[in-house]
Design a protein around this ligand. Structure first.
Ligand SMILES: [Zn+2]
Length: 503
């Protein structure tokens, strides 16, 4: 809560409205909304007159996203709605955009809205080119119902005006968009949300539960990143953060270039439920050759993109805002420590690791590729292009792997187990045994005994599970072991099945 909430506005400070009772400001209410309620009480005929009364300027208050002349407003209302700073953060849309602009731009922005008329605020945030420049007024029909149960009028919530808000986070229903008249980039009148027909309105076309879920999650991301973290998001650092995460998800080539086709397909599949709402038509553009906004955010294009697009991509790539923040801060740290080169090297580091492993540490291309989780083909192609000599197959004889192989053979482990554990080829085991006949004999003997014990065990378990089942049906149960025992261990089988043996 801020300031005093209501009051007989006496003329102690020589204010404008000595006899007028000022309305109480609701928590999270847009400043424009409070002004609109004041306008009704004032009985003023003209919207501009009210703006002049409150702001000393005929349009400053009607610029409902950022305003202007806020210093004057604060003086005229004796800080009834809190400090100008509190108004900027809680009753305008500025805090939504601040994380994406520089401190320098923020300083200019403050001058424009505190002392200026606010006319160039949108331009400063470079919103005019994004196609989302004049934000509509939005409200939730269920919130309006609840307001009207207790009060004669409803009010506009700041949070519902964010460009990422499409669904009410309390009632989980699509927001209603009011089609308001504008004059020279300010609203033409003081509108308030209602359900009668004074304002023409449409609902966001968000039908599917899947879409509502996506949008509620998106809004939650904005709550965390735009209003509770003081971090600034810079396009170039964001791009690196996205690319590093894309690598974790398998969407980055070893040379550091992004696999946009795969990433786009996954993104499109997840966000297809949003396409019924025209605001999201830009998602459709990702199907073009240039990959739409995904191409713009992930490739090295200069320019500032709308926060809505950044938030969509962040929420797609990262499971939690905290994961994103951790990665982003690491990227800032890298940039501070080693500059742009360090960031570029980090993205292409798989190939530099490959070169080090093969050239300096004597790894075969096969083992190096396995370590780095890339294909042998990719690794080979890169080493050839760099004219680095390499061995294709890992050397085994004389290494620790050979010791492990001998131990596993002595224990009678299966070929399959050995191949899986040591990552060597079946043909290598075959050749190795051919050269070591004694080892081969002992491996075969122990392997036979291990196998026999396994089959005996399986067979007894099957018998115990189906004590009355005839043997011809028992033989059909997968893994029953009968056939192997019949071929290799018939005497034991006779001993355990005397009753049916002669059937
Ligand atoms: Zn609601």
């Amino acid at each position: 809560m801020m300031g005093k909430k209501t009051g007989e506005y006496d003329a102690k400070t020589g204010s404008l409205f000595p006899s007028l009772r000022l309305p109480e400001a609701n928590d999270g209410e847009l400043l424009y909304s409070w002004c609109a309620r004041f306008h009704r009480l004032s009985g003023n005929q003209s919207a501009r007159e009210t703006s002049r009364q409150l702001f000393g300027n005929s349009t400053a208050g009607l610029r409902h996203d950022f305003y202007g002349c806020l210093d004057e407003f604060q003086r005229k209302t004796d800080s009834l709605l809190g400090s100008a700073e509190e108004i900027i953060h809680q009753r305008s849309l500025a805090s939504f955009y601040f994380p994406f602009i520089s401190h320098e731009a923020e300083r200019k922005f403050r001058r424009i809205v505190l002392q200026g008329t606010g006319a160039s605020a949108r331009h400063l945030l470079k919103l005019s080119r994004s196609g989302l420049s004049a934000p509509p007024l939005k409200s939730c029909p269920d919130c309006i119902h609840e307001d009207l149960k207790e009060h004669p009028i409803s009010w506009w919530r700041t949070r519902q005006q964010w460009p990422t808000s499409f669904v009410c986070h309390i009632h989980h229903c699509p927001l209603m968009v009011c089609e308001t008249e504008t004059r020279r980039s300010a609203l033409a009148d003081w509108y308030l949300p209602d359900l009668d027909s004074k304002l023409s309105r449409k609902n966001y076309r968000i039908g599917q539960n899947k879409a509502i879920e996506l949008l509620l999650r998106l809004e939650q991301w904005v709550v965390t990143l735009a209003t509770t973290s003081s971090t600034r998001y810079e396009s170039n650092l964001l791009r690196h953060t996205y690319l590093l995460q894309a690598r974790k998800l398998g969407w980055l080539s070893p040379d550091g270039s992004v696999r946009l086709m795969k990433l786009r397909d996954a993104f499109f599949e997840q966000h297809a439920p949003l396409l019924s709402e025209p605001t999201f038509s830009f998602i459709h553009d990702t199907l073009e050759n240039h990959f739409g906004f995904l191409g713009l955010l992930l490739r090295q294009y200069p320019g500032q993109r709308h926060p809505l697009r950044h938030f969509l991509l962040m929420a797609f790539l990262f499971s939690e805002p905290s994961d994103f923040l951790r990665s982003y801060r690491e990227v800032i740290h890298q940039m501070d420590a080693g500059g742009q080169d360090a960031l570029n090297n980090q993205l292409g580091e798989t190939y530099s690791h490959l070169r080090t492993l093969v050239k300096n540490a004597g790894y075969s291309v096969t083992s190096a590729a396995k370590i780095l989780d890339i294909s042998v083909k990719q690794a080979t192609r890169h080493l050839e292009s760099q004219k680095i000599e390499f061995k294709r197959r890992p050397r085994i004889v004389g290494t620790y792997t050979e010791k492990q192989l001998i131990e596993m053979l002595k224990r009678g482990e299966s070929r399959r187990q050995i191949i899986q554990t040591l990552g060597i080829r079946a043909s290598f085991i075959k050749d190795y045994l051919a050269k070591e006949p004694e080892l081969k004999k002992s491996w075969e003997d122990i392997h036979f005994l291990r196998k026999r014990d396994e089959f005996r065990d399986q067979f007894l378990k099957t018998l115990a599970a189906f004590p009355t089942m005839p043997i011809r049906q028992l033989k059909r149960i997968p893994g029953n072991g009968f056939q192997w025992l019949y071929n290799n261990d018939r005497n034991w089988l006779k001993l355990h099945l005397p009753a049916i043996w002669n059937k």
